[in-house]
Design a protein around this ligand. Structure first.
Ligand code: SF4
Length: 383
């Protein structure tokens, strides 16, 4: 197993930026998982004016601005608050992250639950900073591969259920109000039974209470949004979760999209538009080999990384159907699910994991980049 990364136990936000290898990282949580056209354009301006011009989309469907400095952070915050990209109340950021199933519609269960939770957010227990909530109440759950500690999902019978991470089944509830009530109750049980010590629900060993029997199966998983035309607009991909602000601005300018919806799959839904020309820096086709790759920012962007990840990801793209995860360290930020091959940085070289994640036991250790390329060539030929 690769050496453990430093677990900080808190998530950066806008009011609590994190120092990284290329300056401060400022995270922006789009309310209800979407931004207006004007807000996206403001975000692009903010990235260029106060940061490095790079925008990231995280696996929890947040935007990140990189390369912010101690000097540029105060005016950046004033700008973000002015454009309602960040609340002027730093405490608002301490509430658990809500991740909504993308492509929700106004008034559907996902939207209704999110609004109820926004109104009752103060009733949730105060939980560790990394705890997140998925509101996944469409026809079928689609956020199963995305990190969340508590989920509200559709059951096989068509009702709603509340499920704790680590459990295959959840507890049926009688509607949206009951789902929110059950969720609030569950967060208090989590904290009262030692949640601050375990940090995350999947590591929490206390048995669920009697009133949360976890005896109802969720519906079979639905498909994530594919790239291209969609009933709600056009879906585009960000290579390895990154885009230059100028490219995102160009995409928005090219379309009539009034709203941009974020996803945890490094894809954006440009709502209510039907044409978009090819833009260098955005993925337009489902056959793009970069979609099979996950790579974290790596060096020099992350202080915990000793290897550059994204140039290697570009180099390895297109080698067959193999899913590849390139991780700057054993923390594995870019991908939660196992990959066919996971390349993990350690002391400037790579360890190789087959059918696993960044913290799994490697089959090879200490490879140079060219040795990794050789390994991948042989692996692709044999698989
Ligand atoms: S996985 Fe990548 S982004 Fe996450 S801490 Fe390690 S090097 Fe940094």
């Amino acid at each position: 197993m690769s050496p453990s990364p430093r677990i900080k136990g808190w998530c950066p936000g806008a009011w609590r930026p994190m120092a990284t290898g290329d300056g401060l990282l400022v995270r922006v949580r789009p309310p209800l998982g979407q931004l207006s056209r004007e807000q996206v354009l403001a975000l692009c301006d903010a990235a260029e004016t106060f940061g490095s011009g790079l925008i990231e989309l995280t696996s929890r469907a947040n935007f990140q601005l990189r390369g912010v400095t101690d000097e540029s952070w105060p005016p950046l915050m004033a700008f973000l608050v002015e454009h309602q990209l960040v609340s002027d109340d730093p405490e608002a950021e301490r509430q658990p992250q809500l991740m909504l199933a993308p492509a929700w519609q106004m008034g559907d269960d996902t939207h209704t639950i999110a609004r109820l939770l926004q109104a009752r957010g103060g009733e949730l227990a105060a939980m560790p900073g990394k705890v997140g909530i998925a509101i996944d109440a469409g026809i079928a759950p689609v956020l199963g591969d995305s990190a969340a500690d508590f989920r509200i999902e559709r059951s096989r019978e068509g009702g709603l259920l509340v499920r704790a991470d680590g459990y295959a089944q959840g507890t049926a509830v009688s509607g949206t109000d009951a789902a929110v009530e059950q969720l609030i109750r569950l967060t208090h049980w989590f904290v009262d039974s030692g949640g601050w010590e375990s940090g995350r629900m999947r590591r929490h060993t206390a048995p669920l209470p009697d009133w949360a029997p976890a005896d109802t199966a969720p519906a079979s998983h639905g498909e994530k949004l594919t790239l291209g035309e969609h009933s709600g607009g056009i879906v585009v991909g960000l290579p390895f979760g990154r885009v230059a602000a100028e490219k995102l601005r160009e995409a928005v300018f090219q379309t009539s999209a009034r709203v941009v919806q974020v996803t945890p799959w490094r894809r954006l839904l440009l709502q209510d538009c039907d044409t978009l020309a090819a833009i260098d820096g955005l993925i337009r086709h489902n056959s793009d080999p970069r979609l099979a790759m996950d790579a974290c920012p790596g060096a020099p962007f992350c202080e915990q990384a000793s290897v550059a990840t994204q140039p290697l990801a570009e180099k390895l793209s297109g080698w067959g159907e193999t899913s590849v995860h390139i991780s700057g360290c054993a923390k594995g930020c870019a991908r939660r699910a196992p990959a066919d091959v996971c390349l993990v940085g350690q002391a400037g070289r790579f360890n190789v994991v087959v059918n696993g994640g960044a913290d799994s036991t490697p089959v090879k250790t200490g490879l140079s980049e060219s040795e990794v390329v050789d390994f991948m060539r042989k692996f692709s030929e044999n698989s």
